[in-house]
Design a protein around this ligand. Sequence first.
Ligand code: COA
Length: 169
Amino acid sequence: MKRPKRSLPAAKLRRGRIGDIDDLILLEQHFLAADQLSRRSFRHFVSAPKSTLIVAEANGKVAGCALVLYRQGSERARLYTIAVASEFRRRGLARRLLKAVEKDARRRGCLFMRLEVRADDPGAITLYETSGYYFFARRRRYYAGRIDALRFEKPLGAKAKRLATHNPT
Ligand SMILES: CC(C)(COP(=O)(O)OP(=O)(O)OC[C@H]1O[C@@H](n2cnc3c(N)ncnc32)[C@H](O)[C@@H]1OP(=O)(O)O)[C@@H](O)C(=O)NCCC(=O)NCCS
């Protein structure tokens, strides 16, 4: 029998700010990320013009975040990290965060969103595969010199979809 879905928390999505950094560090410590972000990096990404940090706030605290990086002149945005606190998982927050960063990337004129995910993380892989991302390459032993990274990409509009079918890499 299908498990009934827990109701979506009344989470508000907004841009990250300096005052979120303690919460963001705590959030990161809840899971083993390959490249945990330092306080200094968060401070940089909150205000840097080439990145967008979106935070999901629920009950006055940070329930999740997504960070996307941009490169000058590139039509590809890179989802650097996405995370949701364990008590808020499986309620659609990561999907909302993904949509928010995709919208930001479109607004900045990007045609594609790219990301890497650990090959041993079926939950995150399912999230991406069911959100319009397709696998296009593998990076061997990318995480801690042991775990492969799977590279995914999503075309962010009709023009990008036409390009993607001809040139996936
Ligand atoms: C991966 C992560 C961001 C998902 O966050 P979330 O808010 O729970 O995801 P959502 O509720 O939006 O899930 C959307 C869909 O993704 C898939 N999914 C997410 N987590 C899953 C899991 N643990 N197992 C299987 N499928 C999963 C499901 O298809 C889900 O839809 P459903 O709940 O209707 O079945 C969260 O588990 C997390 O922070 N993990 C640790 C950090 C991490 O691994 N980040 C990814 C780095 S690339």
